[in-house]
Ligand binder design. Structure first.
Ligand SMILES: NC(=O)c1ccc[n+]([C@@H]2O[C@H](COP(=O)([O-])OP(=O)(O)OC[C@H]3O[C@@H](n4cnc5c(N)ncnc54)[C@H](OP(=O)(O)O)[C@@H]3O)[C@@H](O)[C@H]2O)c1
Length: 269
């Protein structure tokens, strides 16, 4: 990876996940620059990583070979006004939801823009991120981005920027769908006489194990499901009830709703 400094605009959760990975892979803390207005957050970065963050943009940003945009989308305009004049020439990597690469190219003066849509398991190294690169981004820069995301989990490239809205709807918002299902299973567990703790362990363990099995197996999820669903058995009773309630169609509709919202949020940016 390039030895030029890496600058972070915003030093919150997602920036911290990436900073932790960079340091673990041997990068010295002094090669990272962080612009972070919150004093509390700056102290956290100093304590956790020994990384010095500054409250406002300075000319030191112009030394960076890579700039990582990690502010909330609503803070983008303000951050762009403060930092934009120092960023031309650097690779721009954004984890901001909904801010189009055109806007980042305009704000930074650099056409080399990669957008990433990570998800919260990145915070424990188990995320999956969708990546999109503008045509101006070369193979070396793409490889550098992959390397940057490796400590946060998996990543995959999409060909068209619009596909990041689909990534948002599937994996960006996806952890919440899983938590929703977990909540329902835990509620049922207590209704059936198990303690809340027992319900939580059983539901979480089932999700983790089933996800690992699906990943390890060459079979499709539908085939794995068929294997554990004997006619007239308990799983059959449950799946029949889910089908009668239209749960699969409801999940598909929910993902479409997230996709529509992602498109709305990105419009005009
Ligand atoms: N967390 C995730 O798993 C996840 C997943 C997918 C996408 N994302 C995207 O990643 C982006 C960052 O999310 P996050 O969870 O890391 O948010 P976060 O923890 O709120 O971090 C953003 C940080 O940027 C700082 N900031 C605000 N205005 C700034 C400015 N003008 N210049 C420099 N720094 C500024 C904020 O400081 P203040 O607190 O003082 O405002 C905050 O510490 C968002 O666009 C989000 O949609 C996050």
């Amino acid at each position: 990876m390039t030895s030029l400094p890496i600058a972070f605009i915003g030093g919150g959760n997602m920036a911290s996940a990436l900073i932790g990975g960079l340091l673990n892979s041997g990068r010295p803390p002094r090669s990272l620059l962080v612009v972070e207005p919150s004093e509390v957050q700056r102290d956290k970065l100093a304590q956790a990583f020994g990384v010095a963050a500054v409250p406002v943009a300075t000319a030191a940003l112009s030394q960076a070979g890579t700039v990582i945009w990690a502010v909330k989308p609503q803070s983008f305009d303000e951050a762009a006004t403060a930092c934009g004049s120092w960023l031309a020439g650097a690779l721009q990597l954004s984890v901001m939801a909904g801010i189009r690469s055109d806007a980042i190219a305009r704000a930074s003066g650099s056409p080399q823009v990669v957008r990433a849509m990570p998800n919260t398991p990145a915070l424990i190294g188990r995320g999956i991120a969708g990546l999109y690169a503008r045509p101006e981004v070369d193979a070396a820069a793409r490889a550098q981005v992959e390397q940057l995301f490796a400590p946060t989990g998996e990543s995959l490239w999409v060909e068209y920027e619009d596909q990041l809205d689909a990534v948002t709807a599937i994996s960006g918002s996806g952890p919440a769908y899983v938590f929703y299902f977990l909540e329902a299973m835990m509620q049922a567990a207590t209704e059936l006489g198990l303690s809340a703790e027992q319900g939580r362990r059983l539901a979480q363990g089932t999700f983790a194990g089933a996800a690992a099995l699906a990943q390890a197996s060459p079979l499709q999820p539908a085939e794995l499901r068929a294997q554990v669903t004997s006619k007239g058995g308990t799983t059959h009773a449950a799946i029949t009830s889910l089908d009668d309630s239209g749960v699969k169609a409801a999940v598909v509709r929910a993902v479409h709703a997230a996709h529509t919202r992602a498109q709305e949020l990105g419009r005009g940016r």
